[in-house]
Design a protein around this ligand. Structure first.
Ligand code: AMP
Length: 215
């Protein structure tokens, strides 16, 4: 399947993407994960992106398009892909449309995951992520805590609050989403690709997507 997962930070795009990859071998492409990897590896891209990310601002479109133009042409995308966190602005969406046309790729659907802001805010403030890049297990201090506080159950590395998951950064990320990314819903509605799914449970969202795709 070739999907865009649209939705605010914390709407569950990453969880839904991981569940969908198990269905047909499509790959999850998360620009956030790619950027965090670059920050850890201290590459030029990472050094440029880090300040924007820690403040909860979007990284410039030109950097993102450079990453995605390359990524979408890698071999593993031939079997399908789930775009998680991209596109995030109208210019990115317009450039993506051109890129997909150039590559002869047709999207199946843009799934817009709609979750109330208060649910998202609470989810992100209480989220903890394993800082081991090979693990990156996700916990929640309320609904899914680690057995030992601050330590990943799976690999024993520290499970920490991401720099962009403080209350201040989260508020800013959600405002940025409303201003810059929410307009993509009508952009894709006009193209007849949009399916809005209201749901706080990833299983409900996955089932709705399967139904719409007829799988
Ligand atoms: P995410 O994990 O998707 O919430 O992304 C974390 C951060 O990476 C965002 O707050 C942005 O700073 C940056 N980022 C990820 N994807 C994009 C994108 N498509 N455009 C601009 N910035 C992005």
């Amino acid at each position: 399947m070739k999907l865009i997962l649209l939705g605010a930070p914390g709407a569950g795009k990453g969880t839904v993407a991981k569940l969908l990859t198990k269905l047909d071998g499509s790959v999850q492409i998360s620009t956030g994960d790619i950027l965090r990897g670059a920050v850890r590896a201290k590459t030029d891209l990472g050094k440029e992106a880090e300040g924007y990310m820690n403040r909860g601002d979007l990284v410039p479109d030109s950097l993102i398009m450079g990453i995605m133009e390359h990524r979408l042409q890698e071999d593993d995308c031939k079997g399908g892909f789930l775009l998680d966190g991209f596109p995030r602005t109208i210019p990115q969406a317009e450039e993506l449309t051109q890129l997909l046309t150039k590559l002869g790729i047709k999207l199946d659907m843009v799934a817009n995951i709609d979750v109330p802001r208060d649910v998202i805010f609470d989810r992100l403030c209480t989220r903890r992520t394993c800082e081991n890049p090979d693990c990156q297990a996700i916990y929640n201090t309320k609904s899914n805590p680690t057995k030992v506080e601050g330590i990943c159950d799976a690999c024993g590395s520290p499970a920490v609050q991401r720099a962009d998951e403080t209350e201040e950064a989260i508020g800013h990320r959600l405002d940025t989403y409303n201003e810059k990314t929410a307009p993509l819903a009508s952009f894709y509605e006009k193209q007849g690709l949009l399916e809005t799914i209201v749901g706080t449970s990833s299983d409900i969202v996955v089932n709705a997507i399967k139904k719409k795709l007829g799988i």
